[in-house]
Design a protein around this ligand. Structure first.
Ligand SMILES: [Zn+2]
Length: 66
């Protein structure tokens, strides 16, 4: 609620572009597909750590605390 734009789903930083789910530093072509694959793996019962490893989403080292 601080800036009215939102929070990046990847790094939880501020999003500069209204309506985007990603900040400029995280965004790349196909990021939505990668994120969907990550979410699908979680829905299939994998942990967030496993889902990151299997989908290539983000750095698995960052997920250890999840
Ligand atoms: Zn980001």
């Amino acid at each position: 609620m601080s800036n009215g734009h939102g929070t990046c789903l990847k790094c939880r930083g501020d999003v500069q572009v209204f309506g985007s789910r990603w900040c400029q530093e995280c965004w790349y072509p196909g990021i939505d597909d990668g994120y969907q694959r990550y979410r699908d793996l979680i829905e299939e019962g994998h942990s967030r750590y496993q889902a990151k490893v299997m989908s290539g989403w983000g750095d698995p080292d960052e997920a250890r605390d999840d």
